[in-house]
Design a protein around this ligand. Structure first.
Ligand SMILES: [Zn+2]
Length: 177
């Protein structure tokens, strides 16, 4: 039986819209696509999110390792007042593909190294924040949540080594200033 091309590798990719939970999503639009290992695999929209940051790992091994992260909304911190993250993705080989009309397209891969399974962390909009509370010590009360979402080693195992394309640009319909 021919495998379905509707999803990479025949599994249902959980699509996540993190725009309501991440910074600057009214101004900045980031779309993260995943492409299956199969040469003929299409790309699938995986994550829609506001502003992201991509950093190269300071530990220089044989492979250039990167981490893509997105912050929760301003004011969401952990108990130590470090700003909370909505998303971390372990990547390798991130390169600029093209830039046009203020939009950049990056390509890279989900790291295939199983040691980085714990770096795949995606906020679940359908789950309440674990151990969420409100800090009243600060001038302005704010939510205290987990520093990062829980890791998803099962999904990591399915998608490690897959190609990623990231489009970062201005939102097409920005809110008036
Ligand atoms: Zn506080």
């Amino acid at each position: 039986m021919p495998r379905s091309k509707e999803e990479p590798e025949g599994f249902v990719l959980p699509k996540v819209d993190l725009r309501p939970f991440t910074r600057d999503s009214k101004k900045i639009d980031t779309r993260i696509f995943l492409k299956g290992h199969d040469y003929e695999s299409k790309q699938f929209l995986w994550i829609h999110v506001g502003a992201v940051e991509i950093r190269r790992s300071p530990e220089q091994g044989e492979v250039e390792q990167y981490i893509l992260r997105a912050h929760r909304l301003v004011g969401y911190t952990d108990f130590e007042h470090d700003s909370a993250k909505a998303l971390t993705i372990p990547m390798i080989g991130v390169k600029l593909a093209t830039g046009f009309s203020g939009c950049v397209r990056l390509i890279g891969w989900i790291d295939f190294n199983p040691e980085r399974a714990n770096d795949l962390r995606i906020f679940n909009p359908n789950a309440l924040d674990k151990e969420a509370s409100t800090c009243k010590d600060c001038e302005k009360p704010h939510p205290i949540v987990q520093y990062v979402p829980s890791p998803d080693p099962v999904l990591f195992n399915k998608i490690r080594g897959m190609q990623v394309e990231i489009f970062i640009g201005a939102t097409s319909d920005p809110e008036p200033a």
